[in-house]
Write a protein that binds this ligand. Structure first.
Ligand code: HEM
Length: 278
């Protein structure tokens, strides 16, 4: 009988004494020991892993969004497009992940819900950073992080920077389009409010895509990102209703009523509004 197959004989590295292995490089000891269910409910592990993987994808999203924003600020749009396309694909990855969570029934969730206390995705600071980076800036969302000066400082720093949308409009202004001055010098911390002058700028781009191809491409990348983001919010609220009905959230909001309200958020409102008039 032939010896069992040994990949080591054809060169596979089999000894990691004194050299970096896969697990070392990826810090798997830290990552795989970070799941600490607080109950003995079977489904709590699913709930934890689902949130932790979402946070890992959000980490990558922030990496891509901030790099994309820097490339737009430098008028180097081609690499920014690649990064924004990746961000939209990550959102889609998170959208598919709801299918796994949906296998958890209300009865399964009730077995460990009290163990969560007041903790909730509402306190996800990476999610707020993504919103702030994109342009949805509500300083009220800083409050749950007041007890963590390090996190608060990151969120404050993000609010002080131009958002992705601010940078897109600055790029449009540099390309010669008539972006209103008050938009270019706006209070960066303030929530965005739709502006007719901004819609008029995008209208110029959409009326003649060939003449403004790069900005047209940028606008569509932003719409793509928001499209996938909206799907994420919709999947979230639908999953939440399926699992907790109309109960209040662990984070203290009205739950589904709050999340439905969030469906109305528009990251890049003028890019959606202009479509009606085209
Ligand atoms: C059964 C699973 C889930 C339930 C029942 C649930 C429930 C809720 C509820 C009720 C809220 C509103 C805030 C509150 O009062 O707690 C909320 C917010 C939030 N959840 Fe979930 N959630 C679930 C899964 C997830 C997952 C997997 C993520 C991924 C990270 C997530 C991320 C968020 C975020 C980011 C918010 C804040 C949304 C905003 O402020 O616009 N949730 N969740």
């Amino acid at each position: 009988m032939a010896d069992p197959y040994d990949p080591g004989r054809e060169g596979a590295e089999m000894s990691f004494e004194g050299q970096m292995s896969y697990g070392d490089y990826l810090a798997l000891d830290a990552i795989l020991s970070a799941q600490a269910p607080l109950s003995d409910a079977h489904d709590e592990m699913l709930f934890i892993v689902q949130h932790q993987t979402s946070e890992l994808w959000m980490r990558l999203m922030l990496h891509e969004l901030s790099a994309a924003r820097a490339r737009i600020a430098a008028d180097d749009l081609a690499p920014a497009f690649k990064m924004l396309a990746r961000v939209a694909r990550i959102m889609e990855q998170l959208n598919s992940a709801w299918d796994v969570l949906r296998t958890m029934t209300p009865s399964d969730y009730t077995r460990f819900r009290t163990a969560l206390g007041a903790s909730s995705g509402f306190q996800s600071w990476q999610y707020r950073l993504i919103e702030y980076a994109a342009g949805n800036r509500n300083p009220a969302m800083l409050k749950p992080h007041a007890h963590r000066p390090d996190i608060l400082a990151r969120l404050e720093a993000e609010l002080a920077r131009p958002s992705l949308y601010d940078e897109a409009l600055r790029a449009a202004a540099r390309a010669g389009l008539p972006v209103p001055e008050e938009v270019l010098t706006r209070d960066l911390r303030a929530p965005w409010t739709a502006h007719d002058g901004v819609e008029a700028v995008w209208r110029i781009v959409y009326d003649d895509p060939e003449a403004h191809w790069t900005l047209y491409d940028l606008a569509e990348k932003l719409v793509d990102f928001e499209d996938y983001f909206r799907r994420w919010r919709f999947n979230h609220v639908t999953t939440v209703e399926r699992v907790i009905g109309l109960k209040r959230g662990t984070g203290g909001t009205g739950g589904v009523s709050y999340l439905r309200r969030m469906l109305e958020v528009e990251l890049f409102p003028e890019l959606w509004h202009l479509r009606t008039g085209l």
